[in-house]
Design a protein around this ligand. Structure first.
Ligand code: NAD
Length: 273
């Protein structure tokens, strides 16, 4: 069966990359709807032409509800307010949803979980397979090193990114905090300035760089007396995220109602290969 995919945020950095990833996908998938915000100057533009190719017949519109019956799954890389609005439409139409948007407040995250509780739903702060392996390596390192190391997370992104620290950095923090039995909300330290006093071993530090066109770098540091372990992932193209999100969308169609992440997608495909 060919999976008909809709994209919200279609004209954005990730939206355009998703359209390319769908076109180049090995899985039977096609772009069936492209949605942008009502104020977008690109409403009415053809996605194929927007990407510099031939007309594809998929024209950017602003009304997801009007095309909901023409798609099997929605991929959303927009902003939290938009994601919540799209989630309500997906819920009303029983449409599976993949969310890559980051920067949700606690209240927004809770509202999204409630809105999507009755559908197959996959959310990940990072859809790149290498980052998902980084989560596993960081968990193993945290368990092996226990409480003997100071843990710091450093992330770098392009100058247009609007949330900090990145969703991926926060996910890395969650993974190591859980492995060590700590509550991230109690031990996270976001940047340092002035007379901070000595470092508390239990804290997990987050450090953010915003510069130029950096696609996305993450390093987690485990530092103890006399040695330092660093695990680094660097994305050199948004295609890594886009391919992963398309893989997740194709996988999600046919899954039962539930909440999934990219680890579930990869684990299922590993066990089938
Ligand atoms: P971007 O600003 O280039 O694109 C966002 C797009 O969403 C814009 O085109 C905007 O017009 C559109 N949009 C806003 N409101 C909308 C609405 N109501 N309806 C439809 N479209 C709407 O941003 P980007 O770099 O593509 O990133 C988007 C999000 O994805 C960010 O939260 C970013 O952190 C996240 N992201 C996640 C991953 C991952 O793997 N999970 C990877 C990269 C980026």
């Amino acid at each position: 069966m060919t999976v008909r995919i809709g994209i919200t945020g279609a004209a954005g950095r990730m939206g355009r990359m998703l359209a390319e990833a769908i076109a180049g996908s090995d899985a039977p998938a096609l772009l069936a709807a492209a949605i942008e915000r009502p104020e977008s100057t690109l409403l009415g533009a053809d996605m194929g032409e927007l990407l510099g190719g031939d007309a594809s017949g998929v024209v950017i519109s602003s009304d997801l509800a009007a095309v909901a019956d023409q798609i099997d799954v929605l991929i959303d890389f927009t902003v939290p307010e938009s994601t919540l609005a799209q989630a309500a439409i997906c819920a009303a139409h029983g449409l599976p949803m993949v969310v890559g948007t980051t920067g949700f407040s606690d209240e927004q995250a809770q509202a999204l979980a409630t809105a999507t509780a009755g559908m197959p739903f996959c959310q990940a702060s990072n859809f790149a397979p290498g980052v998902n392996l980084t989560f596993k390596l960081a968990e193993a390192a945290a368990k092996a090193l226990g409480n003997s190391a100071d843990i710091e997370i450093v992330e770098a992104h392009h100058r247009h990114k609007i949330d900090a620290p990145s969703g991926t950095a926060l996910s890395l923090g969650e993974v190591v905090a859980k492995a060590l039995g700590r509550d991230l909300s109690q031990v996270a330290v976001f940047g340092r300035e002035g007379r901070t006093g000595a470092r508390d071993r239990d804290t997990i530090g987050f450090n953010t760089i915003r510069a130029g066109d950096i696609v996305g770098d993450h390093t987690i540091i485990f530092a103890s007396e006399g040695e330092r372990l660093e695990i680094t992932h660097r994305a050199s193209s948004r295609m890594a995220f886009a391919k992963g999100a398309v893989q997740a969308a194709c996988w999600l169609v046919g899954q039962s109602v539930g909440r999934y992440d990219m680890q579930d997608v990869l684990a299922d495909q590993e066990s089938n290969s």
